[in-house]
Design a protein around this ligand. Sequence first.
Ligand code: DC
Length: 233
Amino acid sequence: MPRDKTHLVIAIDGPAASGKGTIALRLAERLGYLYVDTGAMYRAVAWQALQENISWEDEESLKHLAERLDIQFVRDDAEGTLRYRVLVNGDDATEFIRSPEVGRGSSIVAQHAAVRHALVAKQRKLAQAGGVVMEGRDITTVVLPDADVKFFITASLSERARRRYEQYRARGVNTDIATIEAELAERDRRDSQRSVAPLRIAEDAIVVDTTDMTVDEAVSTVVNLVRSRAISR
Ligand code: DC
């Protein structure tokens, strides 16, 4: 059955620090849609595993953990800037899941097919009714291959490193651009070469290169593309 055109399913993929998170969140806000950060779901599994002393290599236990984990995205505009909080089994895990340790754990748990299977089922359920913007690495290719509009958001490696450096600096993290660039290159390699659901550009995805765009320009570009796609369908 065709979906209601006013409740589109929008799928967004792209490499780390490409700007896809900010774009997806602001797009969802403009359209009044649900926003789903699937990277946060892999991070939530890694974080909860730490709480329960489950190894990031223990695929069987992680699978059960992923199946029973309750993950919710709650809007938070407390400081006047658009943000969301991630609740894991009802507890606010927003800050914990952003630690470098959990970041590393998330990329390990994301390699297990059984974990992916459990989270993909949750992700599809969230998108079932439409009116959703979902972002990650395999949304356009595996999770929602029938999405109404698909984007692949990218930017040059050096620009992504520069942006991540600014984010870290704003949070008081002491690092340098060369280190960040090397880490991003390594993550690109791991995300696009893993055997299960690697990062790749879907044939029908619109590629948006944000290297020379401000955040506002990138958001407007994507919003306009969604509007023109929605009208022409
Ligand atoms: O986007 P992020 O850094 O929060 O993602 C955390 C990890 O989860 C990252 O290593 C890639 C992985 N991931 C994935 O494998 N599939 C997704 N749909 C989203 C994220």
